[in-house]
Write a protein that binds this ligand. Structure first.
Ligand SMILES: NC(=O)C1=CN([C@@H]2O[C@H](COP(=O)(O)OP(=O)(O)OC[C@H]3O[C@@H](n4cnc5c(N)ncnc54)[C@H](O)[C@@H]3O)[C@@H](O)[C@H]2O)[C@@H](O)CC1
Ligand SMILES: Nc1ncnc2c1ncn2[C@@H]1O[C@H](COP(=O)(O)OP(=O)(O)O)[C@@H](O)[C@H]1O
Ligand SMILES: [K+]
Length: 520
C-alpha cells in the first residue's frame, strides 16, 4: 500500500527530503542551475499573473532561497517592473548557481534597511526557505517587523521566511504572504498551522525534478485526497445485501444521548448495512423514540458491560464505536472503561472517541495494552493531551516513543508517535487533522472549513469512520476517507452548519465524489 501511495502528487516532503530530491535530480542529470532558473521563473510568472506592475522589493537571503530571488528580480526587471533588490549575506558563501544569478542581476544590490519598505508595493520574500534553522535575527527580523507593521503584500518563495517547512511552526515573527510559490511538492509546513495560515494562496510549481527521484526516498506523508483511498471505497453493489455491508454497534450513554445518536446516524448514512445503538435501559425510551433506521438495544441496569459483551458474541456485529456521550462522571467512568475493554477484546475494528479516551486518562497504558486488533482513536487536542500527557514538552523524538518521556514535537510527529505507542490509527482532529498509522504512514487533511467547529461534529466523524470500517475498509483508509468526506460535507453546508446537518448532507457529497472519481 505504501508503495502504491508513492506515485501520487499528494506526497509531502520534509525540507530534508526536498533537499534529497533536489540532489537526486542533479544526479539524474538536471543541472542545479536549471532548477534555480525554473524556480525563479515560476515565481516571476505567478507574480505577473496575480499583481499589476508595481514597485517591487526583493529581499534575498544568504542561501539558495536568495538565489531564487536573484532570478525573479531579473525577470521582473526585464518585464519592465520597477525592482529593487536587497541582499543579506556574503557573496563568497553563495552556491555556484546562486552566485551565477547574483552576477546576472543588472540592477543595484542594496543592504537590508527598513527604509526600503517606504516606496514598496510588493515584497518578494526570498530570505529563507528550506534552510531555516532558527528564528530570524538582526536586519532580517527588522525587515519582517517592518513589513508586518506596514501591511505590505508579500509573495513568499518556498515558505514565508520564519516558517519551518517541515512542521509549520513559526520561528519568531513572520510576515504573512498573500501568495507562496513552492517547488515540486508541498511540505507538511504548508498544511499544518500556523504555517498554513501564513502561506496565503499556495502554488506548487514544476521545476523539472523528475518524479522517479521519489522512489529512492522512503516517503510516508501525504495530503489527504481521494486518490489515496478511492480505489478501496466500498460502493454498494447489486449482488450484496445489508449484512454484506456490515453491522456496526455503537454504545450510547445514559445522560448525554445526542452524541451517540449522531455517531449512529453518521455510520448509517455512510453505508453501514445495519447499526445497533446499545444503551442503558434507563435511557432506552429516549433513544428508541428518536431513532428509526438505527436499531436500539437495551443493556440491563448494572450489568451493561456484560450485556454489551453478550451482544458482541454475534459475529455479524463486525465493528464497534464507543465514546460519544459514554459518560465520565463517577461510576460512568468505570462503566465506559469496561465497555471499551469489552469492545477491544473482540479484536474487531473499533473506533474510540471522546469519553472512551478520557476514561483512561489516569492510566493510558491499560488502554494501549488492550489494543491488539484494528482500532482508530479520534482525539481532539484536549483528549490527546490526556492520553499522551508527555508528548508536549521535550524528548528525543528520534528514539522510540515511551509514554514516560517528554516530547517536543509538531502535530504530525506527535500523532505518529501516538499511533506507534498505542497501536491504533490516531486521528488528531482540528483544522489540520492528522491521521497516522502505527506503521509510520501519515496523512494531513486540508479541506475542513472552520464551520465544523461545532458541538457534535466529531461524533458524526466517528460514525463515518465506523460506517466505512463496517463495509470492510482498512482503518487508515477508512479514517482518511471519513475525514475528507466530513470536510466536504462541511463545505457543502457552510455557514450555519450544525452537527445534525452532516449525515443529512452526506448523500449529496457522496454523489459528487462518485461522479468525479468514478465517472465511467
Ligand atoms: N528543489 C529544490 O529544493 C530547489 C530549491 N531551491 C531553493 O533553495 C532553497 C533552499 O536553499 P538553502 O538550503 O540554501 O536554504 P536557505 O536559502 O533557506 O537558507 C540557508 C542559509 O541560511 C542560513 N540560515 C538559516 N536560518 C537562518 C537564520 N535564522 N538566520 C540567519 N541565517 C540563517 C543557513 O546557515 C544557510 O546559510 C529552497 O527554499 C528554495 O527556495 C531552488 O533554488 C531550486 C530548487
Ligand atoms: N477550525 C476548524 N476548522 C476545521 N475543522 C475543525 C475546526 N475545529 C474543529 N474542526 C473539526 O470539527 C470536529 C470537532 O470534533 P470534536 O472536537 O470532537 O467535537 P465534538 O466532541 O463536539 O463532536 C473535528 O472533526 C475537527 O477536525
Ligand atoms: K522565503
Amino acid at each position: 500500500m505504501a508503495h502504491m501511495y508513492k506515485q501520487h502528487s499528494q506526497i509531502l516532503l520534509t525540507t530534508n527530503e526536498m533537499g534529497k530530491a533536489d540532489s537526486a535530480a542533479v544526479v539524474a542529470g538536471v543541472p542545479a542551475m536549471e532548477l534555480m532558473a525554473a524556480a525563479g521563473k515560476a515565481v516571476a510568472d505567478a507574480v505577473l499573473g496575480r499583481w499589476s506592475r508595481c514597485s517591487v522589493l526583493v529581499l534575498c537571503g544568504p542561501g539558495n532561497n536568495g538565489g531564487d530571488g536573484f532570478v525573479v528580480s531579473q525577470l521582473l526587471l526585464s518585464a519592465g517592473w520597477p525592482v529593487r533588490l536587497a541582499f543579506w549575506g556574503s557573496v563568497e558563501k553563495l552556491s555556484p548557481e546562486a552566485a551565477h544569478f547574483y552576477y546576472a542581476w543588472q540592477g543595484e544590490v542594496e543592504a537590508y534597511s527598513v527604509d526600503l519598505l517606504e516606496q514598496t508595493d510588493l515584497v518578494i520574500d526570498a530570505m529563507f526557505g528550506a534552510g531555516l534553522t532558527h528564528a530570524l535575527e538582526d536586519k532580517a527580523r527588522d525587515m519582517v517587523d517592518g513589513i508586518i507593521e506596514r501591511k505590505i503584500p508579500v509573495c513568499a518563495i518556498d515558505v514565508p521566511s520564519g516558517v519551518d517547512g517541515t512542521t509549520g511552526a513559526a520561528l519568531g515573527n513572520v510576515a504573512p504572504a498573500e501568495l507562496t510559490v513552492t517547488f515540486f511538492r508541498q511540505k507538511p509546513g504548508h498544511l499544518l498551522f500556523p504555517g498554513r495560515g501564513l502561506c496565503g494562496k499556495l502554488v506548487v510549481a514544476d521545476i523539472g525534478i523528475p518524479d522517479p527521484v521519489l522512489d529512492e526516498l522512503n516517503l510516508q506523508t501525504w495530503e489527504n485526497s481521494p486518490e489515496l483511498w478511492c480505489r478501496d471505497y466500498p460502493w454498494p453493489r447489486s449482488e450484496e445485501h445489508k449484512f454484506h455491508r456490515g453491522h456496526a454497534v455503537v454504545y450510547g450513554g445514559e445522560n448525554i444521548t445526542g452524541a451517540s445518536r449522531l455517531t449512529a446516524r453518521g455510520a448509517m448514512r455512510i453505508g453501514a448495512g445495519l447499526v445497533s445503538l446499545a444503551v442503558p435501559i434507563k435511557a432506552w425510551a429516549i433513544y428508541a423514540t428518536a431513532m428509526t433506521s438505527v436499531m436500539v438495544v437495551k443493556l440491563e441496569q448494572s450489568q451493561e458491560a456484560e450485556d454489551f459483551e453478550e451482544l458482541l458474541l454475534d459475529p455479524r456485529h463486525n465493528v464497534i464505536a464507543v465514546g460519544p456521550g459514554a459518560g465520565l462522571a463517577g461510576f460512568e467512568r468505570i462503566r465506559t472503561r469496561k465497555i471499551v475493554l469489552a469492545a477491544l477484546a473482540t479484536n474487531r475494528p473499533t473506533v474510540l472517541d471522546a469519553d472512551a479516551l478520557s476514561a483512561f486518562a489516569d492510566d493510558p497504558k491499560i488502554l494501549f495494552d488492550a489494543i491488539n486488533g484494528p482500532c482508530v482513536m479520534t482525539p481532539h487536542e484536549g483528549e490527546f493531551a490526556r492520553l499522551f500527557p508527555t508528548f508536549n514538552e521535550s524528548t528525543d523524538i528520534n528514539k522510540s516513543p515511551d509514554i514516560n518521556e517528554q516530547c517536543v514535537a509538531d502535530k504530525l510527529t506527535r500523532t505518529r508517535l501516538a499511533a506507534k505507542l498505542s497501536g491504533a490509527v490516531v486521528v488528531l482532529k482540528g483544522a489540520d487533522t492528522v491521521i497516522a498509522s502505527p506503521d509510520g504512514r501519515a496523512i494531513i487533511n486540508s479541506n475542513a472549513p472552520a464551520d465544523l467547529a461545532t458541538g457534535g461534529s466529531g461524533d458524526v466523524l466517528a460514525g463515518f469512520i465506523v460506517g466505512l470500517l463496517a463495509q470492510g475498509m482498512l482503518p487508515f483508509d477508512a479514517a482518511a476517507a471519513a475525514v475528507w468526506l466530513h470536510g466536504e460535507v462541511g463545505n457543502e453546508v457552510g455557514i450555519g452548519l450544525i452537527a445534525d446537518d452532516l449525515p443529512n448532507h452526506l448523500p449529496k457529497v457522496l454523489s459528487a465524489f462518485k461522479r468525479q472519481y468514478f465517472s465511467d
